[in-house]
Design a protein around this ligand. Structure first.
Ligand SMILES: CC(C)(COP(=O)(O)OP(=O)(O)OC[C@H]1O[C@@H](n2cnc3c(N)ncnc32)[C@H](O)[C@@H]1OP(=O)(O)O)[C@@H](O)C(=O)NCCC(=O)NCCS
Length: 215
C-alpha cells in the first residue's frame, strides 16, 4: 500500500537516534541520483508537483493506495514533507524519471519501521502510461540496491491490497516473498480490503544477485 498524503500528524522533525545502526547516513543529507537502463531516480523537487498530480491522481493509479493529495499545492506540501523526513533520517522518496527526460512520472518510497531501518517498508506508484514498460522493474532494482547497500535495511516489507493485480504481480516478479494476508487492514472508499504482506530479506537479495552473476 502506498502512502502519499502529507499528514499534519507526521509533520515533526525528529533527529535520528544517536546510536542507530545505519550503515551509511550520507543519504540523509541528500539522495543520490541512481541510473538504470531506462530510468533515473533522483530527489524530488517542488517543481515535480504538477506532473505527479497529473499522473498519480487518476482512478486507476490511486484506487488501491492511500488517497493522494488532491491539488498541485497538496503535492508541493507532500514533497516538502518528504525532504524533511529524509533529513530526519526516517524516510526516503525518489522521483522516477526516464533517461534523457527530467519529468517525474512516479515515486518510490522507503520508510523506517524500526529505529535504524532494520525493518523498513517500501511502496511505489507510477503513471499508468508507463505500466508494463519495464520502468517499474528497472527502478525497483535500483531502490533495492539502495535500501540494502546504502541504508543497511535487513528486512524490506511491502503491502498490496489483494485485488491489486499489478501491485501483487510487480512485487512477485522482483522476488518479494508473500508471507501472509493482513485481513481487512486497508480502508479505501469506505471498504476494508485484505492486504498481502510481502518481504525481501538482505540475505534473499544477496542470493538473488549472486545467482544473476553466475548465469
Ligand atoms: C505497481 C506498479 C508500480 C507496477 O508497475 P507496472 O509497470 O504496472 O508493473 P509491471 O507491468 O512491470 O508488472 C506487473 C506484473 O503483474 C502482472 N499482473 C498480475 N495480475 C495482473 C492484473 N490483474 N492486471 C494486470 N497485470 C497483472 C503483469 O502481467 C506483470 O507481470 P509480467 O511483466 O510478468 O507480465 C504500477 O502498476 C502502479 O503504479 N500501480 C498503482 C499504484 C500501486 O498500486 N502501487 C503499488 C502498491 S503495492
Amino acid at each position: 500500500m502506498e502512502k502519499m498524503p502529507y499528514r499534519i500528524e507526521l509533520d515533526t522533525v525528529t533527529m535520528p537516534p544517536a546510536v542507530a545502526p545505519v550503515v551509511s547516513s550520507n543519504w540523509q543529507q541528500g539522495l543520490p541520483t541512481l541510473a538504470g537502463e531506462q530510468v533515473v531516480l533522483r530527489e524530488l523537487r517542488a517543481s515535480d508537483a504538477a506532473s505527479l498530480f497529473a499522473l498519480l491522481t487518476t482512478e486507476e493509479v490511486s484506487r488501491f493506495i492511500s488517497p493522494p493529495p488532491t491539488t498541485v499545492e497538496g503535492f508541493e506540501r507532500f514533497i516538502a514533507w518528504t525532504l524533511r523526513q529524509r533529513l530526519a533520517g526516517t524516510y526516503a522518496c525518489f522521483a522516477v524519471t526516464l533517461r534523457g527526460f527530467d519529468t517525474a512520472i512516479g515515486i518510490f518510497q522507503i520508510r523506517e519501521l524500526q529505529p535504524g531501518f532494520g525493518t523498513a517498508e517500501w511502496g511505489f506508484a507510477i503513471g499508468s502510461p508507463f505500466w508494463g514498460t519495464g520502468v517499474f522493474e528497472d527502478g525497483a532494482e535500483l531502490v533495492l540496491d539502495f535500501a540494502f547497500d546504502s541504508i543497511g535495511v535487513h528486512r524490506l516489507e511491502a503491502r498490496a491490497a489483494v485485488p491489486n493485480g499489478r501491485g501483487n504481480g510487480a512485487l512477485q516478479k522482483i522476488g518479494a516473498v508473500q508471507e501472509c494476508v493482513l485481513r481487512k487492514s486497508f480502508q479505501r472508499n469506505g471498504q476494508y480490503l485484505d492486504q498481502v504482506l510481502y518481504a525481501i530479506l538482505d540475505s534473499d537479495r544477496r542470493e538473488a544477485t549472486a545467482a544473476v552473476r553466475v548465469h
